[in-house]
Design a protein around this ligand. Sequence first.
Ligand SMILES: [Zn+2]
Ligand SMILES: [Zn+2]
Length: 364
Amino acid sequence: MTQSTALPRTMAAVVCHGPRDYRLEEVPVPRSGPGEVVVEVLAVGICASDVKCWDGADLFWKADGRRGAYAEPPAVAGHEPIGRVVALGEGAADKHGLQIGDLAISEQIVPCHQCRYCRRGQYWMCAMDHVYGFKSCLPGGMAAYMKYPAGALVHKVPADMDPVYAAMIEPLTCSIHAVQRAKIQFGDTVVIAGCGPLGLGMVGAARLTNPGRLITLDLRDNRLAVARRMGAQITMNPDKEDVVARVLALTDGYGCDVYIEATGYVEAVPQGLRMIRKLGRFVEFSVHREPVMVDWTLIGDVKELDIYGSHLGPYCYPLAIDYIHRGVIDVAPIVTHTLPLAEFARGFEMVHAGTESIKVQLQP
Ligand SMILES: [Zn+2]
Ligand SMILES: [Zn+2]
């Protein structure tokens, strides 16, 4: 094992104990076993899913018949960290291509490497579904240090990347994957519904495909302003105008070619089905609080739509690292707040309210 300096024995960490029960605690600093990497966490984003788990969403706390509840407390929260390598277990340097002092990020899911999906390279749908920060067996990055296990998919990050930008790599991978799913063609009218951190990353990624029109929707004008900075040509606020009518008017009554749903609002699904043209492509990204009811006849008989799901950011880490590093996608306007780890509760409340903040990061 190689190690930079002697690590402290304990560290501050945000530990999930249950809905609305997250505590700043002193916990042991992880040690690196064979193939494992320990990093000092420089920054970690608060994800909408962290806040949904904190808020008690069924997705995390209710057993669904196939399995028990997803959340298995006590768990150190956080899956959007960037870290600096401080310890490498036996063989980890070669395995992950890392040295002490490197910036390094682990993909948010740690695959089992054995299930049907992992064996076929579809690791982001791994049957074990182990994402950092929700289970006691896989502590996350809302802590001074964290461990990337031997099975983690770890990527080296350029040494000169600002940690605030580097902590945007994980969300940007999810944005890039959603845009890849949309299979945007030259000339397409693309609508991205929802300008949270993920939707804004999708705007940045969709712009690279050079669509005919890039339209974004959000209920908050401050977010629409950031969307324009990220490359949206037209922005609309559904609270202030009939967005379906306007998209139809812009497209000679046909509707948009692509609709990507990233709002988290149930109403955005039927809205999309109304504004999308026949044979259009609909990408569903949001995690909804409750089941969404829509007229499925629209999907088949009326429009023959292609409906795509999108989950995580498989094979997108090298792209996200490169786009951020070269400034091809500027994530700076997305990060509105950085808080010390001890103020995590304020950060969670800010993300929950979603009024003034877009991406909130914690700095351990
Ligand atoms: Zn996330
Ligand atoms: Zn697996």
